[in-house]
Write a protein that binds this ligand. Sequence first.
Ligand SMILES: [Fe+2]
Ligand SMILES: [Fe+2]
Length: 399
Amino acid sequence: MRTQPTPVETKAVYDEPAIQAHCRRVGATAVEVAKKLGWKGEQQRALRAAADSHHIFANRVGPLLPRLLEHIFGYAAQESPAGAPPGEEMAKLLEMSCFFVERWEFLPYEVARFEQMIEELRMMARDGFFENAHVEGLAKVPGASLAEVKAVVSKLPVFPAAALKAMQLAQNPLTSAMQMEQIVGTDPVLAGEVLRMANSPLYASTVPYRSIRQAVVAMGIPECCRILSAAAFRPMFQSPLIRPLWSHSTEVARIAESLARLTGKVEPEEAFLTGLVHDIGRLALWKLPSRLTAQYTALLGHGCEPMFAEVLLCGFDHCSAGREVMRHWGLPDRLGEAVEYHHQPERSDSVLAQVLYLADHCSGSQEDLPSMARFRHAQESLGVTSEQLRSISSPPPMC
Ligand SMILES: [Fe+2]
Ligand SMILES: [Fe+2]
């Protein structure tokens, strides 16, 4: 029986993007733990480099890791030169990090939170699988609590009431342009935005629209509602760091609305509004103390997906933070549930969560690991085919 892969197989495995992404996550996790253990930059660099090649064979190299560190980086397996951790200990940290990352990668099929994973690792450390100090180092990596996020959320601007009112009006087929005009007229900034859009090349009018009512009639109430909602939220995404999040949110909103129209299972206006705020938890996380956002940026820079970086640094993700924002805004619970489960739609009965998941997928977002199980689940729940999904073309940029 053949036990070793051939060189060709080895190269194929090593070149596989999913394996490389896994290796980056393992390196990032190991380095964060190493910082908690007080290991120096040199060891951190060695850990990251060893993590990059720890799946050089189809299975974990496991016992080969100490050798790998010894041969490549000069860390002897048993000795501890100049106070550095021996190669064997570094290898053990990589093993634990690999286990943690694999556990996280299997989450589409299981329910587990960071604390539960730490408890599992503690039990395994008691059974001698991992070093207790490494597990405790990992437990200390999250630097923010949900209470801190709640404090950040409480300082967010209030929910723009005009957006909710516009959505309710757009859902009513009897709504008149005059009613829409009244909503738009309550805020000069929103009124200016509606006029600006009505006079933009998108609507190519030969005569300029000078009144809100003309603009509403020209664009139609649903489009006016979309512009109003987008204009109401956009000021929250002004900082250059989070501006890409705004383009992503408007794109997901447009796709979610198209999916809602295609399936007829949710109100298109509600899908649009929820699409706009589906990642509002990420906005909240960007407002955490700068030491955390700097760490977050570094992890993203090392190729970690936002969902993984969030779990590692906070113990929870932007979906939980988003639910807090929705509560803070006093929005209907069904919208909060959709936001909370937009990356885990299989854990909720919310049809809107399925819509958001697929809309996020169609937008090409790489916030989380792609999951065929989730994708199929959302497709089947909504009854949409892959061809139909492809037909939902990438929407034009908005505002
Ligand atoms: Fe998201
Ligand atoms: Fe997203």
